[in-house]
Ligand binder design. Structure first.
Ligand SMILES: NC(=O)c1ccc[n+]([C@@H]2O[C@H](COP(=O)([O-])OP(=O)(O)OC[C@H]3O[C@@H](n4cnc5c(N)ncnc54)[C@H](O)[C@@H]3O)[C@@H](O)[C@H]2O)c1
Ligand SMILES: O=C(O)[C@H](O)COP(=O)(O)O
Length: 595
């Protein structure tokens, strides 16, 4: 396997976008990645690395079409049956990991990756084998392939239902053992029986459709399923208790979560019709297996057909697996040729897209923001990060940033403005300059919470045309001292405000002073006594040091009173140059800020 630690995602043709910032690790379309802090020279270095490919570790068998797709973009290492230790060792050389349900992607895996792992692709639906909290904390995107195996799983549930009702597995074993026991294997009919589908999502609704075709009466329990979806399939949604008491057959199709873990326990079995038959193609953990054994032995449950188990593979001497009333398969629900090809392509596309920095449509641990919304917000994404990056640099040493208010002014109704990406970028701008933590769309909220940073958002609805998503963004940091006193507004917070002009982020307010400077390069803010010749004096000190000024603006309270001069510079002035500016008698305070 080639180790390609130098790899970066594909270079965007949009020159406003930089790969220098770890922002590329966001699951955003590359066109909305943020302007970086990098000088052109470094761009060239990165561009020369573009030939190097990322490395994808495929830890479980994946369909050929998916593998081909991955190979066209990445170095692909197919290493199956890795021990947890081997996985942890390999992962530090990988940018993406693809697994099915057989690999536990634990916190140790994320820790061992030391920040290199950007994407975990789950080639299937259930993500209960991936530690999502750890992924989020490490800024690692998790994507799944939620649709390609739905039909396979539904067909397997129906196959188990029919096989169980007619004792197919037991009868088959009996005939192969040389017996001919026609009386022993008399089955029950499906037609006219009540089937309770527990979990009316993708698989559950396909099972319901098929069971209706077999002449069954189908009810469903799912606290989150929309009634119209049930109506469309001709299924009645009922309570958990009603489903248990009415069903002749029960088929499980909910995810394994803390809420669904062991929801089929002694109490639930005691409420079921005597002689009920249960199919589980969801997850073993939704059933308390000890309780199921008791229910099978007592006759409450007449038969169980199980594709999934709490522990996979189950212990060889598992009493449940060996039970004569149990029909078992080794987690085969998704295992059809068609489903595996579909899942492989679905996950390969999602992983390659995420590695390229594109929006992941099947992201499990990042906000899903439609591509067109992201595209429209793109310049405001840059503005949001720059404003907060600037605001946090105005905080005097020793003041902890704990409370930040962001105000969005827009002519759009609040419902029509998705600020999740902006909030993530504000968090990024606040945290990155004062820590070594990389913040991205995946871990922004978590990182803010972990650092005790409370970010509140307010909307100001303006009159006028709602053509632009936003007019301005204001960032305020409360309860802190500032190293540039003029940045504190009348209500006591460090305040910076900006807007997008000609597609570029501009700073338009510092404290109570109106300014107008493009947020490019770096900034010098000076408070001075308003008097003629100030621009010239500062300009010539910078010019003498070959520092290029790209923008200058003066905001004042009244003529000849205090004014704030904002100067955008392309290069970082030396300490001496800044000292000379500070020594101009009319300058009362000044600060240099890196964007
Ligand atoms: N055996 C297999 O090979 C196989 C294949 C595919 C899917 N699955 C499993 O099947 C399950 C369903 O997959 P899906 O694609 O239909 O997912 P889905 O997300 O489309 O549907 C899950 C449904 O469960 C519902 N649900 C959540 N909590 C519930 C609760 N407490 N009670 C009842 N319903 C609840 C949700 O509202 C949702 O409608 C998952 O666990 C998945 O991993 C297994
Ligand atoms: O959740 C799923 O998609 C199924 O359980 C399939 O799991 P598998 O990919 O391990 O077959």
């Amino acid at each position: 396997m080639a180790a390609t630690s130098s790899w970066r995602p594909a270079f965007s043709p949009n020159k406003d976008l930089s790969l220098s910032s770890p922002s590329w690790r966001l699951s955003l379309p590359s066109r909305v990645l943020l302007p970086g802090r990098q000088k052109p020279k470094t761009f060239i270095v990165l561009a020369s690395m573009m030939d190097a490919k990322p490395t994808v570790l495929v830890a479980e068998k994946l369909g050929d079409a998916g593998l081909e797709l991955l190979k066209s973009f990445a170095n692909v290492d197919c290493s199956y049956n890795l021990s947890p230790e081997e996985l942890c060792t390999k992962i530090s050389l990988c940018d993406a990991l693809i697994v099915r349900s057989g690999t536990k992607v634990t916190r140790e895996v994320f820790e061992s990756s030391a920040g290199r792992l950007k994407v975990v692709g789950r080639a299937g639906v259930g993500i209960d084998n991936v530690d999502l909290s750890a992924a989020t904390e490490h800024g690692c995107l998790v994507v799944n392939a939620p649709t390609a195996n739905t039909i396979a799983a539904a067909e397997h549930a129906i196959a188990l239902l029919a096989a169980m009702a007619r004792n197919i597995a037991q009868a088959d074993a009996s005939v192969k053992a040389g017996k001919w026991q026609r009386n022993k294997y008399v089955g029950v009919s499906l037609v006219g029986k009540t089937l309770a589908v527990m979990g009316f999502g993708k698989v559950g609704s396909e099972v319901a459709r098929r069971a209706k075709g077999l002449g069954m009466h189908v009810i469903a329990h799912d606290p989150y399923a929309p009634a119209d979806r049930a109506r469309a399939v001709g299924v009645e949604l009922v309570s958990f208790a009603d489903a248990l008491s009415a069903a002749d057959f029960i088929s499980l199709h909910m995810p394994l979560t803390p809420a669904t873990s062991k929801m089929f326990n002694d109490d639930a079995f005691s409420k079921m019709k005597k002689g009920v038959r249960i199919v589980n193609v969801a997850r073993g953990g939704v059933i308390d297996e000890e309780a199921l054994l008791r229910a099978l032995d007592s006759g409450i449950v007449d038969q169980a057909a199980l594709d999934v188990f709490t522990e996979e593979p189950p212990p060889k001497d598992s009493v449940l697996v060996q039970h004569e009333k149990a029909t078992v398969t080794p987690h085969l629900g998704a295992s059809t040729t068609e489903a595996q090809e579909g899942v492989a392509v679905e996950i390969a596309e999602a992983v390659v897209g995420a590695l390229k920095g594109e929006l992941a449509a099947t992201a499990v641990n990042a906000p899903m923001v439609p591509a067109e919304v992201l595209s429209e917000l793109s310049p405001f994404v840059a503005l949001a990060e720059k404003l907060s990056r600037l605001a946090v640099q105005l905080v005097a040493g020793g003041s902890g940033v704990k409370s930040v208010k962001v105000t969005y002014a827009s002519a759009r109704s609040p419902d029509d403005l998705d600020t999740r990406v902006l909030r993530a970028m504000i968090t990024k701008g606040l945290i990155e300059p004062i820590s070594n933590v990389f913040v991205n769309l995946v871990n922004a909220d978590f990182t803010a919470k972990q650092r005790g940073l409370r970010l509140t958002e307010e909307r100001v609805v303006l009159d006028g045309s709602p053509e632009n998503p936003l007019e301005s963004i204001q960032v305020q940091i409360a309860n802190v001292e500032s190293k540039f006193g003029s940045a504190i507004c009348d209500s006591g917070e460090i305040t910076v405000e900006g807007r997008v002009k000609d597609g570029k982020p501009h700073l338009t307010k510092v404290g109570s002073f109106s300014v107008d400077v493009s947020l490019e390069g770096s900034l010098i803010l000076c408070r001075q006594v308003d008097q003629p010749g100030m621009i010239g004096k500062v300009g010539s000190i910078l010019g003498d040091e070959n520092v290029n000024v790209n923008f200058m603006s003066v905001g004042r309270i009244a003529p000849r009173k205090h004014a704030v001069m904002t100067i955008g510079v392309d290069e970082e002035p030396s300490k001496d140059t800044l000292k000379k500016i500070g020594e101009i008698p009319a300058i009362e305070e000044f600060v240099f800020l890196k964007l």
